[in-house]
Design a protein around this ligand. Structure first.
Ligand SMILES: Cc1cc2nc3c(=O)[nH]c(=O)nc-3n(C[C@H](O)[C@H](O)[C@H](O)COP(=O)(O)O)c2cc1C
Length: 112
């Protein structure tokens, strides 16, 4: 059987007040790869501009109690694989590092 290559990880995030930035930095520390901040001035990602076909998207974010971002992502990238979402309720998770590690493990992503 052919040995599997480690996947290349892009941790892309948008953060208004810094909560999601903190999560993204943890993920980047644990996985390596690239860290990319999506800025307000940049146009929203649209299907026509970025081709995520065949890619695996592993969503993460922070929220204040509820959200529907996963279904929005599924609609935007119908030809991608959408893996398990990590949703962090702001200030409720005192063991963020362990939570992120467990989520990476369940998604078969090795920590470096
Ligand atoms: C104007 C505003 C609207 C928000 N609306 C929601 C919401 O609809 N659902 C929710 O779960 N959290 C909501 N929140 C809370 C943010 O999602 C939460 O604080 C999040 O952690 C912010 O992440 P960031 O610091 O990375 O931008 C809202 C916060 C603000 C300031």
């Amino acid at each position: 059987m052919e040995a599997q290559r480690a996947p290349k990880i892009l941790a892309a995030y948008f953060s208004q007040t810094g909560n999601t930035r903190g999560i993204a930095r943890y993920i980047h520390q644990k996985t390596g790869g690239d860290l990319f901040e999506i800025e307000r001035a940049a146009p929203y990602l649209r299907n026509e501009e970025y081709d995520f076909s065949g890619k695996t998207i592993i969503p993460f974010g922070s929220h204040g109690g509820y959200g529907r971002s996963r279904s929005a992502i599924v609609e935007l990238v119908p030809r991608s694989t959408i893996a398990e979402t990590l949703a962090i309720r702001t200030s409720v998770d005192p063991s963020l590092s362990d939570t992120i590690s467990g989520w990476l493990r369940r998604n078969d992503i090795a920590e470096q």
